[in-house]
Design a binder for this molecule. Structure first.
Ligand SMILES: NC(=O)c1ccc[n+]([C@@H]2O[C@H](COP(=O)([O-])OP(=O)(O)OC[C@H]3O[C@@H](n4cnc5c(N)ncnc54)[C@H](OP(=O)(O)O)[C@@H]3O)[C@@H](O)[C@H]2O)c1
Length: 240
């Protein structure tokens, strides 16, 4: 049975109120998956949930350990099992190294590295118990290639990717799949409006990323096969 069939648990999309996560939540719901959508802006999640009967809003600050624990308990109680976590939570900071304040760096850690740790840590016991489950982390090409003004952002995305690579080896024998997706410039509110207007034609579109994630879930539903890492760049490459 394919992972997407509603009787087989829920897909938790963390960071679903905007951009890539919202597109993934919409796409997976449209394809018949049962989706739980989390983020801090609950009004946005409610609007999404009104459009798709199989999409459910579960507001959560994914950088808050108690909130993440409560959300996962609520999901498991309501849906029985979390079949996949698609982690799209993140914020960006593009600044020269010396302009980054300690407070900004700490915030970036919270929304990128810390939230990935918390969400993954919360879903894993259920997945290990079921001997199946998928964690997809939406990361960035900034973890693979050095861009100026991305020391903090790229460094933290690289830390997330490497943390999950090590976890992949721990859970591989237990049927749990950990997948890193390194995404290139995508037209979302992560970018300032001026950048989006200027480079839109050269950027990935959130729905194209979402379609790729849907295909990835189908691929990963083969118990024999693990698509470990995927790099998704615009055809014309990185923005200059
Ligand atoms: N756009 C790109 O070019 C690009 C490229 C590579 C990788 N990425 C990565 O893709 C992911 C999604 O980015 P995006 O481009 O879609 O940006 P976005 O439109 O700004 O979306 C970010 C999402 O993260 C959520 N979020 C942030 N902090 C959160 C927290 N503490 N708890 C719960 N949710 C939180 C936001 O929801 P709330 O504010 O409502 O909480 C929002 O739904 C990020 O990790 C980003 O680094 C983006």
């Amino acid at each position: 049975m394919a992972i997407g069939q509603p009787t087989r648990g829920v897909i938790w999309v963390a960071g679903a109120s905007s951009g890539i996560g919202a597109a993934i939540a919409r796409r997976l719901s449209a394809e018949g998956y049962t989706v739980a959508a989390s983020a801090r802006r609950s009004a946005r999640l409610r609007v999404l949930a009104r459009s798709y009967p199989s999409l459910h809003a579960f507001p959560c600050d994914c950088a808050d350990a108690d909130a993440v624990r409560r959300t996962v308990e609520a999901l498991e109680e309501r849906f029985g099992a979390i079949r996949a976590l698609i982690h799209c939570v993140g914020t960006a900071l593009f600044k020269p190294f010396l302009d980054i304040s300690p407070e900004e760096f700490a915030e970036l850690i919270r929304h990128n590295l810390w939230s990935t740790f918390l969400c993954t840590r919360a879903v894993l016991p259920g997945m290990l118990h079921q001997q199946q489950g998928i964690v997809v982390a939406i990361g960035s090409v900034a973890s693979l290639k050095a861009f100026p003004r991305s020391s903090a952002y790229g460094g933290l995305k690289a830390a997330v990717a490497q943390m999950l690579r090590a976890l992949r080896e721990e859970v591989r024998p237990h049927g749990v799949k950990i997948i890193n997706v390194h995404v290139g410039a995508t037209e979302t509110p992560l970018w300032p409006a001026t950048m989006r207007r200027r480079w839109r034609a050269q950027m990935l579109l959130p729905d194209d990323v979402a379609k790729t994630i849907a295909s990835l879930l189908t691929l990963a539903s083969n118990p024999q096969l693990l698509p470990e890492e995927l790099v998704l760049r615009p055809q014309l490459g990185d923005l200059p």
